[in-house]
Design a protein around this ligand. Structure first.
Ligand code: ARG
Length: 379
């Protein structure tokens, strides 16, 4: 994966390479150019190598998030082998697991949603990489990793390589790629000097960074680019903040067990951001469940993603189609932490599953505000 040119200036602001050399032809990989640096064993424990020659990241212990273009479509699929738990693909300690189902984003091909989930035939004992569900992390310096080519046109790698790539904003990236879909794709690389990038065989692997708690969070999925590491031709990544709710809904349907996915009635998400007024009236956000039969589950779950500067201000309810409210969270004047990123379990077994459910959020103390980023209901 990853070509790192001698000219690569990691962390340089996009378009501001210091003493940039004349742009080299893309295939001019000089001897002093090193491949990306080797990742240490265990450094990125959720990295997966897929047998069709792509990368991926463990999304749950049984689901691999990869690129849509790495798979053929949706359906039963036992043809893919995932290798994980190692940086050296020949390491005798590696874990290999077969797939049993593939779900490719229904919008692929066509949009920017170059993502797919591969369900493994069993769960594996490695950490997972959370996917960013807000745009808060869609800038800065990112890390990429993979076993793809270390130079444009070069061979696949035995050892996992890593590199850092600066964010490139949509306006600049669109100068390189008129077909960029700015809301759904995120670009990274050294704009003027190139030299560092993902490359063929890295597709499907994650682009990630540290979040506010210093934990790794995935912001992109390796998707495409013209050549590799060419100046003014950055890497393009599916933007996970845009797709996180759709990925979460698909993952919930895929479940962890074998066999067919659950019917799609069970999970619905609303990804429209709603501002929460300070000490104001409650806001609501609807989702409509259809195609289920009978009652909702006694262990229905509500996945909530709220940005807020003082979460103790917030009261959160799930409101059933018949108007019954289920309290998910009370206010607390002493809980000064930021944000509510949580999954609540609700006994909704006395409700019909089908209908329009609402998440109701009210800020009951003055001074701090925020927004509901998205939420998902599994009934
Ligand atoms: N599509 C390529 C693959 O299948 C990944 C290309 C990434 N290219 C880039 N310049 N960042 O592996």
């Amino acid at each position: 994966m990853i070509t790192v040119g001698a000219a690569a200036i990691l962390g340089a602001a996009a378009g501001q390479a210091v003493s940039a050399p004349p742009p080299a032809p893309a295939d001019d990989v000089t001897p002093q150019v090193v491949g990306g640096t080797r990742a240490a064993q265990g450094e990125f424990p959720w990295m997966v190598r897929l047998s069709m020659g792509c990368g991926g990241a463990m999304y749950t212990t049984q689901l691999v998030l990869t690129a849509g273009h790495c798979v053929n479509g949706t359906g039963n699929n036992t043809s893919i082998t995932a290798t994980l738990g190692v940086v050296d693909l020949q390491d005798p300690a590696r874990t290999t697991v077969r797939s049993n189902y593939v779900y490719r984003s229904p919008g692929y091909p066509g949009g920017g949603d170059d993502w797919a989930l591969i369900r493994l035939e069993r769960a594996v004992n490695v950490p997972t990489l959370p996917v960013a569900s807000t745009t808060a992390y869609d800038s800065g310096t990112f890390t990429v990793a993979g076993w793809g080519a270390a130079t444009e046109g070069g061979a696949q790698q035995r050892y996992l390589l890593k590199a850092n790539v600066p964010f490139i904003n949509d306006t600049q990236c669109a100068q390189a790629y008129s077909d960029l879909i700015p809301a759904e794709e995120i670009c990274a690389g050294n704009w003027s000097s190139g030299g560092v990038d993902t490359c063929q065989g890295d597709s499907g692997g994650p682009m990630f960074r540290r979040d506010n708690n210093n934990a790794w969070i995935q912001v992109g999925i390796v998707s495409w680019g013209i050549g590799c590491a060419r100046p003014q031709n950055p890497g393009v990544y599916a933007q996970t903040s845009y797709f996180s709710a759709a990925i979460a809904a698909a993952a919930a349907d895929l479940g962890g067990g074998g066999g067919e996915p659950q019917p799609t009635c069970t999970t619905q998400a609303n990804t429209t951001r709603v501002s929460i007024p300070d000490a104001g009236t409650a806001i609501t956000s609807p989702v409509t469940i259809a195609g289920c039969s009978g009652a909702a589950s006694a262990t229905s779950t509500v996945k909530v993603d709220i940005s807020h500067t003082y979460r103790g201000d917030l009261v959160i309810d799930l409101v059933a189609p018949d108007g019954t409210a289920y309290r998910l969270k009370n206010s607390s004047s002493s809980d000064s932490a930021d944000n509510v990123v949580a999954t609540y379990t609700v006994n909704a077994s006395s409700e019909q599953a089908n209908g329009t459910w609402r998440l109701r959020v009210q800020d009951v103390y003055a001074a701090d505000t925020g927004a509901l980023n998205n939420w998902a209901l599994t009934v």
